[in-house]
Ligand binder design. Structure first.
Ligand code: HPA
Length: 312
């Protein structure tokens, strides 16, 4: 049963009894209660998803890869062992976004066993934040100790252009809900995880090295996650720029927080698919983002593969 469903009017009392109601708001016609999973339910769901995957494969990845908008074809670079569509995993949130295929790929990049998310789950799709990070937690429980995050983003940094890559050095999370809110799940990590060094210095060094040896221009900076799905307004972009943001998107940060909570080593590359609103001379569109991701894909694939092989 989807716990994060929004129930309007005659709320199902059985479900209310089972779940916490932590967020209440009024809509035009009726009270709306948003059902948020309790920590036990989150953990139970995670374990059920893991059991479901383990019935299909015993593959043990070392690196987990998340592919952003338009970058999903990287999957073809993997020497594939098994693919598991998200719909086949009971309870798993299924991505609804064009350009996100929606499956786990298990296989090898060189000799490195990887699990790759071909399509991620976004908060703006209406999922509970715990569902958004469920796949990350799952990949850690499958065995992956390293998380390689990629995304499509809008560029704010002076001199940035569509098609640039940006190594994520740090992030700003305060515009998206923190995925660790609620009673701590002690089985996953500690109550107050440190976020001083979310993005692993050694992995960043290897990414820089591989970019440089292949002549790939790699910018660096701070990534901020906003909820979307609307793109930002020019005023919001001006605010973010003053806060020190270099790239903005609708993903990644909550995943990094959940992964850090579980002790993963994390790195991330953002593909700048457009200049952010107000910096860009024209209105933004998802099609533009996808097209820029596709155009950057060959170079991106080269860089990701080289890095993954170097990580382990
Ligand atoms: N803003 C937010 N998310 C994005 C953007 C953007 O400009 N480009 C790609 N994803």
């Amino acid at each position: 049963m989807r716990q994060d469903k929004i129930c309007a009017g005659a709320t199902n009392l059985n479900r209310r009894a089972k779940s916490d109601i932590r967020f209440t708001c009024l809509c035009e016609y009726a009270p709306v209660w948003r059902m948020i999973m309790t920590e036990n339910e989150i953990y139970e769901k995670l374990m059920n998803c893991l059991a479901c995957i383990r019935k299909k494969t015993d593959f043990m990845p070392k690196v987990a890869l998340v592919l952003g908008s338009g970058l999903g074809n990287y999957g073809e670079k993997i020497r594939l062992e098994t693919a598991i569509p998200y719909q086949e995993i009971e309870g798993f949130p299924v991505s609804t976004v064009a350009g996100h295929k929606g499956q786990f790929l298990f296989g090898y990049v060189g000799a490195v066993p990887v699990v790759c998310m071909q399509g991620r789950v976004h908060y703006y799709e209406g999922y509970d934040i715990s569902d958004v990070v469920l796949p990350i937690r799952l990949m850690k429980l499958m065995g992956a100790k390293i998380l390689f995050l990629t995304n499509a983003s809008g560029g704010l940094q002076d001199g940035m252009a569509a098609g640039d890559f940006m190594l994520i050095r740090d992030h700003i999370s305060c515009f998206a809900p923190n995925p660790l809110i609620g009673k701590n799940i002690d089985e996953l990590g500690e109550r107050f995880p440190d976020m001083t060094e979310v993005y692993d210095h050694e992995l960043a060094r290897l990414i820089r090295k591989n970019a440089s040896s292949r002549g790939i221009l790699l910018k660096e900076g701070v990534y901020a996650q906003l909820t979307g799905p609307s793109f930002e307004s020019p005023a919001e972009i001006m605010m973010l720029k003053q806060l020190g943001v270099d790239a903005v998107g609708m993903s990644t940060v909550v995943e990094a927080i959940a992964a850090k909570h579980m002790g993963m080593r994390i790195c991330g590359i953002s593909c700048i698919c457009n200049l952010a609103a107000g910096i860009s001379k024209h209105p933004l569109s998802h099609e533009e983002v996808q097209a820029a991701g596709k155009a950057a894909a060959p170079l991106f694939e080269t860089l990701v593969s080289a890095c993954v092989e170097d990580f382990v």
